[in-house]
Write a protein that binds this ligand. Structure first.
Ligand SMILES: Nc1ncnc2c1ncn2[C@@H]1O[C@H](COP(=O)(O)OP(=O)(O)OP(=O)(O)O)[C@@H](O)[C@H]1O
Ligand SMILES: [Mg+2]
Length: 392
């Protein structure tokens, strides 16, 4: 159904009035009014968005009395789950994780590559009442399109050539537990439709089968793409997006929490030293500050790899990091690209930065507006010697 609405107010009010209220109960910006206006969604999506906003508010709103307890819990949990870090950015995210974990709400984890999305998914599952049941992972990017339906929903014997046995799918395997749909943006349109049905009706059929199977599964999805943008460019279904985006959790990139770097280096160095039988007692200060200057496009995974190399190469108890190990990826072709675009490109980037007040990263940043990976835009800004801070 796709009804066009006369105004944003109508869009917001329709499902809300049906629910018997006379006044929109909380900050309408939770629904991203601009998005609704741009996309003219149907009533169904708005209803889902409305429910999502309600869930998000109920789950994320601080409960003053519990605030102190929460901080304690997060600390314990930070250690037990091995989500290392103590920066305000990470703590804010862990607080959301902490609040949503015990509920049955669908969680959409967003964040750049290597930021720890999978770790967060595990943490949510383990801290939920389903924690001792299965956590079944599906990497939506790794499965070939023709196999994914059978992987997700199973198949009956003889459903297709090679289907010699009946096989249960991952939704059935996850029954009573959690399914983790990783790299969700990569799902083909056909599978997006099937997934939408499972999320809406909580039922599906095996490939080649006609028996409807009920499922009780908590869904956690993750993507390193901006899913809202994928919707805007028509690559991802809007109705599915709203079903998934019940409780969004953004895992911040490492460069936005450089205060976590010393702890992380310590943690990785100790673990890797133990594994390789080396003794590492200290980290050179200069190396540490160089690491805090670097932008870590591969985030924590990249940091982990650098530390691993340094530990292997270490010939004393002091860990040193060779600055050559921290090289921004592919600066040469990007610079060439920029020169080809010339001053026009520069003016364009500056205009967008002015609008975003110098913000490059995140859903409202310049990179997202320009449709570029943020790290690429950052390199271009540096290559063009644009001072993004002047727009703040
Ligand atoms: N806060 C953290 N503390 C300790 N280890 C971390 C932390 N965050 C991430 N890691 C480690 O970094 C690596 C990458 O994390 P993970 O696989 O969860 O990232 P991801 O966001 O799922 O990446 P991708 O988008 O590439 O799939 C893993 O080895 C993980 O254990
Ligand atoms: Mg991952």
């Amino acid at each position: 159904m796709s009804t066009a609405f006369a105004s944003v107010a109508d869009v917001i009010d329709a499902p809300f009035r049906r629910a018997g209220h006379s006044e929109f109960p909380f900050g309408a910006d939770a629904l991203s009014l601009q998005t609704l206006r741009d996309m003219r969604p149907g009533v169904e999506q708005v209803e889902v968005a409305f429910e999502n906003a309600t869930v998000y508010r109920e789950v994320s709103e601080p409960k003053p009395k519990l605030a102190q307890e929460k901080i304690h819990q997060i600390r314990d949990y930070t250690h037990s789950e091995q989500i290392v870090g103590n920066s305000p950015e990470l703590r804010r995210m862990l607080e959301l994780v902490d609040r949503v974990a015990p509920t049955d709400s669908t969680v959409l984890i967003a964040g750049e590559t290597g930021t720890g999305k999978e770790l967060v998914a595990h943490a949510i599952h383990r801290r939920s009442p389903r924690g001792d049941r299965a956590l079944v992972k599906v990497n939506c990017a790794a499965l070939p399109a023709e196999l994914i339906a059978s992987e997700l929903f199973g198949h009956e014997k003889g459903a297709f050539t090679g289907a010699l046995q009946q096989r249960i799918g991952r939704f059935e395997a996850a029954n009573g537990g959690t399914i983790f749909l990783d790299e969700i943006a990569e799902l083909s349109p056909e599978i997006q439709v099937l997934l939408l049905r499972v999320l809406q009706e909580k039922e599906f059929e095996r490939v080649g089968g006609n028996r409807t199977i009920k499922t009780d599964v908590r869904v956690i999805a993750a993507s390193n793409k901006d899913l809202q943008r994928e919707v805007n460019v028509g690559r991802f279904r809007m109705d599915l997006f709203y079903r998934l985006n019940v409780f969004p959790v953004h895992v911040p990139p490492l460069r936005e929490r450089v205060n976590d770097i010393p702890l992380l280096v310590d943690y990785f160095a100790a673990r890797l030293a133990a594994r390789t039988g080396k003794k590492i007692n200290q980290i050179e200060k200069r190396s540490l500050s160089a690491m805090q200057q670097y932008s870590w496009p591969g985030n924590i995974r990249e940091l982990q790899n650098v530390i691993e190399r340094c530990v292997i190469l270490a010939d004393s108890e002091v860990l040193r990091v060779d600055p050559g190990m921290m090289q921004e990826a592919a600066p040469v072709p990007i610079a060439a690209n920029v020169i080809a675009f010339g001053s026009e490109r520069r003016a364009h980037i500056e205009a967008v930065l002015r609008e975003t007040r110098g913000k490059v990263y995140g859903p409202h940043g310049a990179a997202s507006r320009l449709g570029l990976p943020a790290t690429t835009l950052d390199s271009q800004i540096r290559a063009l010697r644009i001072n993004k801070h002047q727009y703040k």
